[in-house]
Design a protein around this ligand. Structure first.
Ligand SMILES: Nc1ncnc2c1ncn2[C@@H]1O[C@H](COP(=O)(O)OP(=O)(O)O)[C@@H](O)[C@H]1O
Ligand SMILES: O=C(O)C1=C[C@@H](OP(=O)(O)O)[C@@H](O)[C@H](O)C1
Ligand SMILES: [Mg+2]
Length: 175
């Protein structure tokens, strides 16, 4: 029986937003790995990347995965790179039902182009970087239990859709 709803996919896909909506509307705990890291480190994700580096961030991210899998059942918003670590993928799959929030490059870019809080996009050609990351990571995201197309859907529509699939998935598994 999966205990958690786990949201995976690229930055900008809406994992944090849909996770927060589900938590509020369905009255379940919300775990956003990035927010947990920021709280523990008393620094923003961008500051952590700048001062301690990407490797340190990934180490913290893995610690948070360990922490959330044994926390009360809820919805987990991963970061776009969480599944790069095979141990994160297997732990999350073991303890949750993974939804891949699949979004087009154009939609992701339209949401991220003006943001200043995604350190992986701080370089010279952020749209090209985003495209490269999407290509590199898509196969990892496809390891999810279910793929949900994001383009054209509101946060509320996505939340309700995920919730109905989640209810069905847990009913099936429990007999
Ligand atoms: N379904 C949606 N419709 C419109 N805007 C959205 C939707 N989902 C997310 N957003 C917006 O896109 C941006 C990125 O969303 P966020 O939840 O932070 O994505 P992620 O956690 O996957 O990186 C935010 O500004 C958010 O308000
Ligand atoms: O794609 C990535 O590697 C990252 C995505 C971010 O989370 P969101 O996917 O919530 O933006 C955050 O964890 C960090 O900036 C690294
Ligand atoms: Mg997020």
């Amino acid at each position: 029986m999966p205990r958690h709803i786990v949201l995976v996919g690229m930055m900008g896909a809406g994992k944090s937003s849909v996770g927060s909506w589900l938590s509020q509307e369905k009255a379940i705990p919300f775990y956003d790995l990035d927010r947990m890291i920021e709280e523990a480190e008393k620094a923003t994700i961008a500051e952590i990347f700048a001062t301690k580096g990407g490797e340190y961030f990934r180490k913290k991210e893995m610690e948070m995965v360990y922490q959330v899998i044994s926390s009360p059942p809820g919805v987990i918003a991963t970061g776009g790179g969480t599944l790069l670590n095979p141990s994160n993928l297997s732990l999350l799959k073991e303890h949750g039902f993974l939804f891949y929030l699949q979004a087009s490059l154009e939609l992701l870019w339209s949401r991220l182009q003006d943001k200043t809080d995604r350190p992986l996009l701080f370089g010279k050609n952020p749209k090209m970087t985003l495209e490269k990351l999407l290509k590199e990571r898509e196969s990892l995201y496809k390891a999810a239990d279910m793929e949900i197309e994001v383009d054209g859907k509101s946060i509320e529509q996505l939340g309700e859709l995920l919730w109905s699939h989640w209810i069905r998935a847990t009913e099936k598994k429990s007999g």
